[in-house]
Write a protein that binds this ligand. Sequence first.
Ligand code: GAP
Length: 518
Amino acid sequence: MATQEETFKKIVSHCKEYGFVFPSSEIYDGLGAVYDYGQQGVELKNNIKRYWWDAMTLLHENIVGIDAAIFMHPTTWKASGHVDAFNDPLIDNKDSKKRYRADVLIEEQLAKIEEKIQKEVEKARKRFGDSFDEQMFRQTNPRVQEHQKHFDALHERFAKAMNDNDLEQLRQIILDEEIVCPISGTRNWTEVRQFNLMFATEMGSTADGAMKVYLRPETAQGIFVNFLNVQKTGRMKVPFGIAQIGKAFRNEIVARQFVFRMREFEQMEMQFFVRPGEELRWFEHWKQFRLNWHKALGLGDDKYRFHDHEKLAHYANAATDIEFLMPFGFKEVEGIHSRTNFDLSQHAKYSGKKIEYFDPELNESYTPYVIETSIGVDRMFLSVMCSAYKEEQLEGGDSRVVLSLPPVLAPTKVCVMPLVKKDGLPEKAREVMDMLKFDFRTAYDEKDSIGKRYRRQDAIGTPFCVTIDHDTLTDNCVTVRYRDTMAQDRVPVEELHSLIEKAVDPKQLYRRLAQSLQ
Ligand code: GAP
């Protein structure tokens, strides 16, 4: 049995071998945490995006879409807090060449001291039994007192350094605490540097100099700055939502696990504007709807869980992640956040514009509160690939790799194959293909044995193969072979369309989701 790690490696190489994902600029040895989607990958990704877009904009008459530019006025990122706070303080170990977040190293040190205290407490609890008074023990035991003093002093110093953005002090703490690199075991540290995760570039070239602009680290701000535009031109009434799909960029320090953590990735975000005070009800609503959206694909209900945030960002009053069981554990695929009116208020403050909504029912103006649903296309892609990838042992000692993709998402829906390359079978196959190709992504394959052709389609997740044989020329029937069961049926050509449509049409999912909204 392959370990989960081995399975994951196989999925990554399968993605490359079958044209789903390639390392970026591979002929130059690639670029860290940047990937290109190939001929199969782009179709799967587009189908994921279509499913999300329609579930937002078709099923909700009060949600509209936009497509904002990647570049935005730089003040946007000042207002949103990204310029000042989208940072990680970094430190490198000169021996191992490994890079760490300085704050995380210190937090781990604090946790170690706490552990020491806890150990003393547990030891004493055992010794004193029922008569143990933990509070008294903590206040009087000299060893605990010593650890506690150390903890409090360190905590205070750390909090001050973080508040003051004092990077030298962070480094000094690491040195004073004799924190070692877990890889090299040495204390040979570089300076601490503040590392903003936003990519910056320059726009224009005037005599006064070019303007520093950022590649957006989230698509959400494009929605916030267009709130008034959409609300007014679309005559939208609160509650309403704005959806957007687009690229986002983050200079991730530790970028790993394939397309899970990338430096250039794609987000599908929806900001839902509600009355102040109603946000937590809507937060629950969107949690449930988003989970239903995931589950409707049939990847397995047990592969999802919510992870509620205990530590909330200063502007949020509720937040949860939808996690998916990847081969490397339950991981965040989507975030649902109740962001209060923070972003709209900040943009009002920095732009000097009034960003409010007049609610005719309440006869008052207010800054709407926001529930955000934010999902990474690439992480969604990865969760679909990981659950679809299967290695199967077949009767007779044969084996196959099959991608059991939800048919709605499969890049190719059907492959038409003439049994042989002669006797008029290719011509008939082309005729069948022409009948299907405007409604379904259809492939044509006449090379190699039928068995090999089936395997090729299994490996890219094509739900149906249609074989044209000599009998087809007289009875106008074809052999339909099903990807998951490998069963075969003889089907009249005129029934092919409805048979395929039944399996691949996303409308069935939309109907189910619409019911869940009632
Ligand atoms: N607007 C809110 C926001 O951006 P986030 O939790 O930072 O929130 C939302 O990101 C989603 O974007 C994540 O759940 C994840 O799916 C995706 N995402 C974030 N960083 C990513 C990265 N470096 N690579 C791939 N996907 C990423």
